[in-house]
Design a protein around this ligand. Structure first.
Ligand code: NBG
Length: 679
């Protein structure tokens, strides 16, 4: 899968960059640099950087075409990318030269970076993991696409009003996205509803066609994913929806008025907004539409792309893998079967052989409320052909269960079917579909995978032990140390060299400094400076002064009962009461920092936010406590604020209910920045 030769690396050209920034503000805004707004400067700088990325992007794609490596399509409803500018510069190894060039133009790169809205096309760990994987795949030189949705509105912005969370729409595309490329030449049609008609062709084969459907045009937008220091640029392809035919007045005359409006609305609604649930299944029809929309477009394009280079569709699995990020993209299985049978006229067995060697599924949770189950009537109405295919997969799977267990003493076959069937009790169970139809099922941490095998997915493990494997999550050290914590990054490099940037285990060479007094002091000085930076952020955003000499004890993650922010705040209340009763007790000052968004409809989670803010109000303003404890709730926790927070943390709170946190990834970001884990 790995590309064998690296592409020619086009190095950063500082003078060209400066000229192009000036030129961009002029041609984009008819302004000089002095007249341009900060947002316009950001746009001008970003376009100048994209110009330099483009050459590597073209070279990379050409090299992949020539070398024809196996390509992974990472299919995900979520990509929590954060900002692109700083990250691209880091990976181009051009951060410092660009910072200097900006200074020479009278600009501050930090201020420019702050103009960029986060691309918040994800909720939490699952979406951020997807973003970290893309960074890693490009850095390791793997041919890879991220496939997702270009939501018009990403994760909502969180405002705190009177202690309560208020959700504000995230209009992240308001000023345009300088990094994206619209690729209408790869548009695809995606069909919903209607019915399936069957006819027999001249060769006696059944031919299935979907009729009376509504459809939308999926238009891809490509975002560059820059690998670190290797000239490789991969692609995150996110799909926008447009009506197939634009709303036309003459449709009114033809009596198609209603239909035209419906198609237009369908397109607009599909990509309108990210569902803000983390570890929770909403079960809404629109969500299934979103899923099929981007999956159908991505699968069609993956097959088209393969067929542009190859002539034998049967060898598809040698060149393509679909990695399904949780069950959200699982309709890819049936969609691939559909394309292979209905468009390429393969038999069921041929299509099944290809599909089961192409698809792989990652499980991210054992929590039952997160498991996707679609009511048959909804599913079959929206995706009639897909439903037929899932029904047939299920029918054959049940035969397989009967075949395997009918004569096994002590096994109740009907009980097995009840527990394992893909369609049962009026529901389509997406995890079962993913396990039965793929070649790999992985958990995201060793313990999580063991729990899947021994408990949650035990029946499936017994039937297909060879499919199960573990892939422990990871994070990108490029964003969460090199970019987020430049002081510590430089210090690490000074001590053990810079190999850690692409090979993180090298960082263990720091061990020899563990007891070194000078190194310890240097580390603490850096931590202190990062705490000063966070304290400044807190003063600006919360209007509360915190002492950078206090212990910064941090819990940042989605708000969820199983993650137990409530337990954390109850503990703080206990400490507070205890200090009130025993004012002379020896106590090292502590600043408790929270950051968390609650799903808009999650009542208990929202009440926990209010509780944290109410407790903060009492404690922060109590003269008896005199700064021994401070409680801070950071509004709108996102990827960009995360970088600042991790760098400043002393203590990392990892207190989710035992066995419920599949892996966690903030734990790793804290560790990378030298915080101790409390669990
Ligand atoms: C989340 C888990 C985390 C894990 C991330 C990434 C879902 C469904 N699961 O523990 O809760 O780190 O996935 O694997 O969002």
């Amino acid at each position: 899968m790995k590309s064998t030769t690296t592409t020619r690396k086009v190095n950063f050209d500082k003078e060209l960059f400066k000229r192009s920034v000036l030129y961009n503000v002029m041609t984009l805004y008819r302004k000089t640099l002095e007249e341009a707004t900060p947002q316009q400067v950001f746009q001008a700088v970003s376009y100048a950087i994209k110009d330099q990325i483009i050459m590597n992007w073209m070279d990379t794609q050409k090299a992949y075409e020539e070398q024809d490596p196996k390509t992974v399509y990472y299919m995900s409803m979520e990509f929590l990318m954060g900002r692109a500018l700083g990250n691209s510069l880091i990976n181009m190894q051009a951060y410092k030269p660009v910072k200097d060039a900006c200074r020479e133009l009278g600009l501050d790169l930090n201020v420019i970076e702050d103009q960029e809205p986060d691309a918040a096309l994800g909720n939490g760990g699952l979406g951020r993991l997807a973003a970290c994987f893309l960074d890693s795949l490009a850095t390791l030189g793997y041919s890879a696409y991220g496939c997702g949705i270009r939501y018009r509105y990403g994760m909502f912005k969180q405002k705190i009003e009177d202690g309560y969370q208020v959700e504000v729409p995230d209009n992240w595309l308001a000023d345009g996205n300088p990094f994206e490329l619209r690729r209408p030449e790869y548009a695809k049609e995606v069909k919903f509803g209607g019915y399936v008609s069957v006819r027999t062709d001249a060769n006696g084969r059944s031919v299935f066609t979907q009729e009376g459907y509504q459809s939308v045009r999926a238009i891809p937008y490509d975002l560059p994913i820059v690998g670190y220091g290797n000239g490789i640029v991969n692609t995150l392809r996110i799909w926008d929806a447009e009506p197939v035919e634009c709303f036309q007045l003459d449709a009114f005359d033809k009596g198609d008025y209603q239909r035209s409006v419906e198609q237009e609305n369908l397109a607009r609604n599909i990509v309108e907004v990210l569902y803000p649930n983390d570890n929770h299944y909403a079960g809404k029809e629109l969500r299934l539409k979103q899923q099929y929309f981007f999956i159908s477009a991505s699968v069609q394009e993956a097959v088209d792309k393969y067929m542009r280079k190859h002539d034998d569709i049967k060898k598809f699995p040698e060149k393509v893998t679909f990695q399904l990020n949780d069950t959200h993209p699982t309709v890819a299985i049936a969609e691939l079967m559909r394309v292979l049978m209905d468009d390429y006229y393969l038999t069921w067995d041929e299509a099944w052989s290809i599909t089961t060697r192409t698809c792989a599924y990652t499980n991210h949770t054992i929590m039952s409320e997160a498991l996707e189950k679609w009511p048959i009537d909804l599913f079959s109405r929206l995706l009639p052909r897909i439903y037929q295919i899932v029904e047939e997969i299920n029918r054959r799977f049940i035969l397989e269960i009967q075949d395997k267990y009918s004569n096994v003493p002590g096994v109740d076959v009907n009980e097995k079917i009840r527990k394992m069937a893909i369609i049962y009790d009026g529901q389509v169970k997406m995890a079962h579909l993913a396990i039965v139809s793929g070649y790999s099922v992985n958990g995201v941490a060793q313990l999580h995978t063991e729990i899947l095998k021994k408990q949650e997915l035990r029946d499936f493990y017994e039937m297909y032990p060879e499919k199960f494997n573990n892939k422990t999550n990871g994070i990108t050290q490029r964003r969460f140390l090199l970019h987020g914590n430049p002081l510590l990054a430089d210090w690490v490099t000074d001590h053990v060299g810079n190999e850690w940037i692409t090979d993180l285990p090298q960082i263990s060479r720091l061990k020899i400094y563990a007891e070194d007094k000078k190194a310890q002091q240097e580390f603490l000085n850096i931590k202190y400076q990062n705490k000063v930076r966070l304290a400044k952020y807190i003063l600006e955003h919360n209007d509360v002064e915190v002492d950078p000499r206090s212990i910064f004890d941090v819990q940042v993650k989605r708000l969820h009962e199983y993650k137990r922010q409530l337990m954390n705040i109850l503990h703080i209340m206990y400490l507070y009461n205890d200090l009130k009763e025993h004012p002379d007790r020896d106590f090292y000052p502590r600043t408790f920092i929270f950051g968390a968004k609650a799903a808009a409809g999650y009542r208990n989670a929202k009440l926990t936010i209010k509780l944290i803010n109410s407790v903060a109000d009492v404690i922060n303003n109590d003269p008896d406590i005199a700064g021994k404890i401070k409680v801070i709730f950071i509004e709108n926790y996102n990827v960009s604020s995360a970088e600042i927070i991790f760098a400043a943390a002393d203590v990392s709170e990892q207190i989710s209910t035992a066995s419920k946190e599949a892996s966690g990834t903030s734990n790793m970001k804290f560790m990378l920045n030298g915080a101790l884990t409390s669990q």
